[in-house]
Design a protein around this ligand. Structure first.
Ligand code: NAD
Ligand code: UFG
Length: 340
């Protein structure tokens, strides 16, 4: 069993991943500054797993803290989720994104190197591909970002590639997530956006619970079968399981390896709305609005490398994700902040 440092573990994907890591017997130290999450998420992870997490409250940019943590705990590998993630905000405040996401990772990597910890699983994103020329997207597709958030992910990938080239003892698995949705089947942890959700799925669940009146669908004139945008939505618990496989893989393989995590299937906005309606029995009022600036028509993964290298495949359907995401939203209409 490994001892893992999980940065950003209190966030949406981190919390689901910590549950899977604990269930598999790993020991988890979570470092989070709670800039986009709350301690209650960690409390619930521990309840679900029936095991404790060691919590360190702090920032990945705090060099002294990182060095202390890595000196005090014999860490085998790091899973690095901590980052800012809103595309629009990154356009408005690019330096915050380079500071948190790029500089933060640099501080982390330096502290890891100093402690002799040379295994990292990094949260990258399908956004590094920009507007795809060919679908499905393979890892060989060009990296061409279109906003500072995406650029910050591509820059970190470059740092990891260079680091692995300089020191063959390093292992860096960069997981390029497609669109994670849904929640843990318990309904106890889930996505908890601070403000109006930018992403489709949390917006849909907030309409369902009555917090928002109707969904605006950004464009019905895309070159897709029904005119609405197509994405590769994967259940967050499947995504969490992918991290478990990546940690194991990194124990046995050195070098830099970018790996897509997606289902390989595209789902349109209208199809997702219908799947939600049929999984929950709740109608989602919606209307069409102009395209959102910066959006792309369609994006889905070729997940065959993940199957080959990690033995990982997404197992849960979009309907399952809808049912699970709704359970979370219904039982926690105000997210974690209601503090139950
Ligand atoms: P999230 O905001 O829910 O989680 C990020 C966590 O990191 C939060 O708990 C936040 O408090 C913490 N954090 C942020 N900056 C920190 C810092 N400097 N020091 C310590 N903690 C810090 O986001 P998420 O959806 O769980 O995403 C996790 C990772 O996956 C991010 O790197 C994100 O860019 C990436 N990603 C997310 C998606 C998505 O759709 N959710 C898609 C692709 C990639
Ligand atoms: N959409 C709507 N109405 C909404 C929100 C979204 O119609 O209120 C549509 C979008 O136009 C798009 C689809 O729903 O066609 C999905 O949009 P999301 O914002 O949920 O997801 P994106 O694929 O646009 O972006 C997400 C993350 C990015 C990440 C990217 C690739 O927000 O950070 O996935 O991983 F880079």
């Amino acid at each position: 069993m490994a001892r893992l440092l999980v940065t950003g573990g209190a966030g949406y994907i981190g919390a689901h991943t910590m549950v899977e890591l604990l269930a598999a017997g790993h020991n988890v130290i979570c470092l989070d500054n709670f800039s986009n999450s709350v301690p209650e998420a960690v409390a619930r992870v521990q309840q679900i797993a029936g095991r404790a997490v060691t919590l360190a409250i702090g920032d990945v940019r705090d060099d002294a803290l990182l060095r202390r943590l890595l000196a005090e705990h014999p860490i085998d590998a790091v899973i690095h989720f901590a980052a800012l993630k809103a595309v629009g905000e990154s356009v408005a405040r690019p330096l915050d994104y380079y500071d948190n996401n790029v500089y933060g990772t640099l501080v982390l990597l330096r502290a890891m190197a100093a402690a002799g910890v040379k295994r990292i699983v990094f949260s990258s994103s399908a956004t590094v591909y920009g507007a795809p020329e060919q679908l499905p997207l393979t890892e060989g597709a060009p990296v061409r970002t279109t906003n500072p958030y995406g650029a910050s992910k591509a820059m970190v990938e470059q740092m990891l590639r260079d680091l692995c080239a300089a020191d063959p003892e390093w292992s860096a698995v960069s997981l390029r997530y497609f669109n994670p949705i849904g929640a843990h089947a318990s309904g106890r942890i889930g996505e908890d956006p601070r403000d109006t959700p930018n992403n489709l799925f949390p917006y849909v669940t907030q309409v369902a619970v009555g917090k928002r009146e109707r969904l605006s669908i950004w464009g019905n004139d895309w070159p897709t079968p029904d005119g609405t945008g197509v994405r590769d939505y994967l259940h967050v618990v499947d995504l969490a399981a992918g991290h478990l496989r990546a940690v194991d893989y990194s124990a046995a393989h050195q070098g830099f390896m970018p790996i897509n995590l997606g289902t390989g299937r595209g789902t349109s906005v209208l199809e997702l709305v219908r799947a939600f309606e049929s999984a929950t029995g709740i109608a989602i009022p919606h209307s069409f609005a102009p395209r959102r600036p910066g959006d792309i028509a369609a994006c889905w993964a070729d997940p065959s490398l993940a199957a080959r290298l990690l033995g990982w495949r997404a197992e849960r359907s979009v309907e399952q994700a809808c049912a699970d995401g709704w359970r979370w939203q219904q039982h926690n209409p105000e997210g974690y902040r209601a503090g139950k």
